[in-house]
Design a protein around this ligand. Structure first.
Ligand code: ARG
Length: 395
C-alpha cells in the first residue's frame, strides 16, 4: 500500500485532502505541527481521524520555531515589502521538515499538502520538500485535482467531515509570530476590514486608554529578557504579542505581491512581531557602526524576500544569516517600549556596547568634540562639487 504523510492544519482543505488520498488508495499519516497557533489539537486529531487518516500526529515545535526561525527573523528585522513579518513564510519550511522526518520514520513514498495553486505556501512546501527529500513524490490534490472551496465544502459534507467550526468567512493561518486573514469580504481592496476579521488585536472601543511600558532585553540581537527577567523566547513573544494586542497595535492591511505573480489583499495581526522588531532596530541604532547600519537594510530586505519566496533551505539564506550574525555581536542591551491605543513607541534604549558618546553629541559644557576639525572636513567634502560648479561657469 502507498503511504503519504500530509502537512495537516485541521482546516477544510487539508481535511478533505486526507479523505481524497484515502480514496486514491493511500494510507495517510496526518502531521499537525504546533507552531503556536491557538488551536484545539484534540479536535484536530479527531477531525483527522474522522476524515480517514490512519494516524494523526501532533508535533510540538514551538521552541524550535522560536529558536531557529523567529530569532533569525528578529536579527534580520525581517519584513516583506517593508510591512509583513513573514508569519506563514517562516512556518512552512519548519512544517515541511517535520513532515519529512515523519515520512522517513513511517517509510512513506509521498508527502502531501493542501494548498491551492494560487498561493505562496505551495511554493514553500514543495521547494523545501525538494531540498529535504527529492526522492519523495509530492501530492497536492486540492491544486492538481482542482478542488475549489465550494467543492471542498460539498465533499466534506458528503464524507461526514465536521468542518462547521473551521469553515469561516476568511482563510486564516496562525502561529506564534502572528495571524493572517484573506478571502471573503477582504478581496475588495476598497472595503475596510470588517471587525470580525480580527482575533488577536482589540477593536478601537476595547483598548485601554492608559499607556503601559515594558523593557525588552536583547543578547546578540535576540530578545531574552522581559522587564528584567530572563524569559524563554516563546513566552516573551507571547507576552509582548498579547500586550500589544490588548492595545490594538499590530494590524497590517496590505496589498502584497505573491511569488506566483498575483497581487493580493492580506490582513495581518502581528503586535509581538512588530514590537520586537521595532525594539531590536532601536538597539541597533545605538550599537551598530555607521557603515554596518547603512549596509544591513539591503541584506534584510533580501533575507525577507528569499524567505517569503520559499527559499529557506538555500545557501543564500545561510550566507545572509552569517552576515546578519556577524553584525549582532554587540547588539545587547535594553529597550523601553510604550504601548498606547493602536501604537507601540520606543521611548528609551541603553547598552554596555553603545556607540553613543555623550561627549561627542552634547551641546552642553562637557562637549569633547573638536569644532576646528569640522571646517577642514567640509572643505574637502565639498571640494569636488566646487570644481564641478566652476566648470559649469556658475562662479
Ligand atoms: N500572504 C501570506 C504569505 O504568503 C499569508 C499566507 C497565509 N496562508 C494561508 N494558507 N492562509 O506568507
Amino acid at each position: 500500500m502507498n503511504r503519504a504523510v500530509l502537512a495537516y492544519s485541521g482546516g477544510l482543505d487539508t481535511s478533505v485532502t486526507i479523505r481524497w488520498l484515502v480514496e486514491q488508495g493511500y494510507d495517510v499519516v496526518a502531521v499537525a505541527v504546533d507552531v503556536g497557533q491557538q488551536e484545539d489539537f484534540h479536535a484536530i486529531r479527531e477531525r483527522g481521524e474522522l476524515a480517514g487518516a490512519a494516524e494523526v500526529r501532533v508535533v510540538p515545535a514551538v521552541d524550535r520555531f522560536a529558536g531557529e526561525f523567529l530569532a533569525r527573523a528578529v536579527k534580520a528585522n525581517a519584513l516583506y515589502e517593508g510591512k509583513y513579518p513573514l508569519v506563514s513564510s517562516l512556518a512552512r519550511p519548519l512544517i515541511a521538515d517535520e513532515v519529512v522526518k515523519v515520512a522517513r520514520e513511517v517509510g512513506a513514498d509521498a508527502v502531501a499538502h493542501g494548498c491551492t495553486g494560487k498561493g505562496n505556501d505551495q511554493v514553500r512546501f514543495e521547494v523545501s520538500f525538494g531540498v529535504l527529500a527529492p526522492d519523495l513524490q509530492v501530492l497536492a490534490p486540492i491544486r492538481d485535482a482542482g478542488i475549489p472551496r465550494e467543492k471542498a465544502l460539498g465533499l466534506a459534507a458528503e464524507w461526514g467531515i465536521p468542518i462547521a467550526q473551521v469553515a469561516t468567512a476568511y482563510s486564516i493561518d496562525e502561529n506564534l509570530w502572528g495571524r493572517t486573514a484573506e478571502f471573503g469580504p477582504l478581496e475588495d481592496p476598497w472595503v475596510a476590514p470588517p471587525e470580525d476579521a480580527f482575533a488577536r488585536t482589540a477593536a478601537t472601543s476595547d483598548r485601554p486608554s492608559e499607556p503601559t511600558e515594558i523593557a525588552v532585553g536583547f543578547e546578540r540581537g535576540v530578545p531574552v529578557m522581559l522587564d528584567g527577567d530572563l524569559t524563554a523566547l516563546p513566552d516573551l513573544v507571547r507576552a509582548v504579542d498579547a500586550l500589544g494586542g490588548r492595545y490594538g497595535f499590530g494590524r497590517v492591511d496590505m496589498i502584497e505581491n505573491r511569488r506566483v505573480g498575483i497581487k493580493s489583499r492580506e490582513l495581518y495581526e502581528v503586535p509581538g512581531a512588530l514590537a520586537l522588531i521595532a525594539a531590536h532596530r532601536a538597539l541597533e541604532d545605538l550599537t551598530l557602526e555607521r557603515e554596518v547600519a547603512h549596509a544591513k537594510p539591503a541584506i534584510e530586505q533580501r533575507w525577507a524576500e528569499l524567505v517569503y519566496d520559499g527559499l529557506w533551505f538555500s545557501p543564500l539564506r545561510t550566507a545572509l544569516d552569517a552576515f546578519v550574525d556577524s553584525t549582532q555581536e554587540h547588539v545587547s542591551g535594553e529597550v523601553r517600549l510604550q504601548f498606547s491605543p493602536g501604537e507601540c513607541t520606543v521611548v528609551g534604549r541603553r547598552s554596555d556596547a553603545s556607540l553613543y558618546d555623550v561627549g561627542l553629541a552634547t551641546y552642553g559644557p562637557e562637549d569633547a568634540f573638536d569644532h576646528r576639525h569640522a571646517e577642514g572636513f567640509i572643505r574637502l567634502w565639498g571640494m569636488p562639487l566646487k570644481v564641478w560648479s566652476a566648470r559649469q561657469g556658475r562662479r
